[in-house]
Write a protein that binds this ligand. Structure first.
Ligand code: AKG
Length: 298
């Protein structure tokens, strides 16, 4: 009974912030962080709609996009056998639970490499500033990876169907397109305002049970939320999509072209999210700034 009460208190904004996440909230308030430049508009969009799309160059990441591209083309070359496998399994293995249309190029758990351009991209000052200002607390980086999503002809399944993530009250995912993504390449798609801060947070579209997970088809979604308001995030390579995936979203339903993108995720420190980053015993963080170490939980 008491445990139930504590759990429901933690699920309120007050309990989540000032109970479970008091220390990171105080640190944020004392740190005086503010959005700068294009981050101001991004935060306005995130607060109101739960989604924002900007070109990579508009952010002050300190990371060169052409260096990212160079690394990625090496990664694609190295991983060609795995890419060919995913292109095959996308169409032949329709089992649910393993996203057989999507290759996580660093595996499902990334081994943290402080020298890699991808860890530096995930921990760049602009992403960290946006994440902290959106949550209004010092956040944690939980995941980063590069995804290769293969085109397929099979019926939409798993994250290709509408759903929302449940690990936390707010969940910030950032996607950086590394290939041009048109409607045929499985663009990330969002229902604006369905996040906790939004005006449509209480919509409850019909759903079906897909192996224990609630999924909503396009038709079910359109009965609860007008299709013309869906934000289909097509974009050229270098487009950056920031979304609070506690709101309804889907993506990766690629039909005519493959999609390549970098992704990373931030949650509150108290989130029950699995930490999908593994830190080798000899990893050193001396080159990282304080804000970056905080995002890693050090
Ligand atoms: O692949 C996509 O665009 C959707 C990904 C997604 O649903 C998620 O990361 O929660």
């Amino acid at each position: 009974m008491l445990r139930k009460l504590v759990r429901s208190a933690r699920n309120t904004e007050l309990g989540w912030r000032y109970g479970s996440n008091l220390r990171p909230t105080i640190r944020f308030l004392l740190g005086g962080k503010r959005p700068v430049g294009s981050e101001v508009e991004i935060l306005r969009d995130l607060d109101k709609n739960g989604v924002a799309v900007v070109p990579f160059e508009s952010l002050d990441t300190g990371v060169s996009f052409s260096d990212v591209e160079k690394e990625v083309s090496g990664l694609v070359e190295d991983q060609m056998p795995a890419i060919l496998n995913i292109k095959e399994s996308a169409n032949t293995d329709h089992s649910v639970g393993r996203k057989t249309f999507n290759l996580e190029m660093f595996g499902s758990e990334v081994t943290f490499d402080p020298n890699s351009i991808f860890s530096r991209l995930a921990l760049n000052k602009s992403f960290l500033n946006i994440a902290d200002c959106y949550f209004r607390m010092q956040t944690r980086l939980r995941y980063y990876n590069v995804w290769y999503t293969s085109a397929s002809v099979s019926a939409a399944r798993e994250s290709q169907l509408w759903h929302f993530d449940r690990e936390d009250r707010f969940i910030l995912k950032i996607f950086v397109y590394l290939s041009d993504v048109d409607r045929g390449a499985g663009p990330f798609t969002y229902a604006p305002g369905t996040h906790k801060k939004g005006s449509f947070s209480s919509i409850s579209p019909a759903f079906f049970d897909e192996d224990g997970v609630r999924r909503t088809t396009d038709e079910q979604m359109s009965n609860a939320y007008p299709r013309e308001n869906w934000r289909v995030c097509t974009g050229k390579k270098g487009s950056v999509i920031l979304a609070d995936t506690r709101g309804f979203h889907k993506g990766g339903e690629a039909r005519t072209g493959d999609r390549l993108m970098f992704t990373c995720m931030f949650t509150s420190p108290a989130s029950e999210s699995k930490n999908l980053i593994r830190y080798p015993d000899d990893a050193t963080f001396s080159n990282f700034e304080r804000a970056q170490k905080a995002a890693l939980g050090y």
